[in-house]
Design a protein around this ligand. Sequence first.
Ligand SMILES: Cc1cc2nc3c(=O)[nH]c(=O)nc-3n(C[C@H](O)[C@H](O)[C@H](O)COP(=O)(O)O)c2cc1C
Length: 200
Amino acid sequence: MENILFDAYKSKNLDFKNRIVMAPMTRSRSDNRENKATELTAKYYQQRATAGLIITEGTFISPEAVGVINVPAIYSPEQIEGWKLTTEAVHKEGGKIFAQLWHTGAYSHPNLHNGKKPMAPSNVNPQQQVFTAQGFQTSEEPQPMTTEDIKQTVNDFKQAALNAFEAGFDGVELHGANGYLLQHFFEKIPISATTNMVVQ
Ligand SMILES: Cc1cc2nc3c(=O)[nH]c(=O)nc-3n(C[C@H](O)[C@H](O)[C@H](O)COP(=O)(O)O)c2cc1C
């Protein structure tokens, strides 16, 4: 069979130099006050821009979406500016890059929300280990979302997508897997991201 992995690929709106796609991987390197992508982020992705398409590490859409420390976000002007370094660096190499938009839902901890409970579709505690500034903490009962909370979150995803285009991204991917917020809505009860076991 003909090997087409290194052949260019033309989609409706984008031209990719080959068919290699780098999967999203959390790097936890945004240990700065603004939770923004930095020169280090840009260098990391530039070094990997021989792939036709890079999907970034999960990137928080709002302060409410946060569920790990040191992960970059894309809701503030400073964060948009930070990501511009990365998109410019990748484009310089002829690569394309999509932002992965992330809301962790119940897989979070009050330590990451000034003591407030993180939001989720129900109050079921997923019993996850959550990486906070105070070290690993076991998740607690989340705050069930109201209809207004859900509408606000949909809007946050929309705004984050608009911010991503302002930052120069070629597209976005919604993080709908691994047991985070969007997947909570597809499951009757939360599943564990690390073990794929149902939490009773
Ligand atoms: C260190 C690490 C961080 C990851 N972070 C993310 C992430 O931010 N978003 C996501 O959707 N998947 C994430 N993943 C999952 C990977 O994208 C991928 O789906 C997973 O490693 C399975 O692919 P593999 O079988 O080729 O290893 C992560 C995986 C690893 C190992």
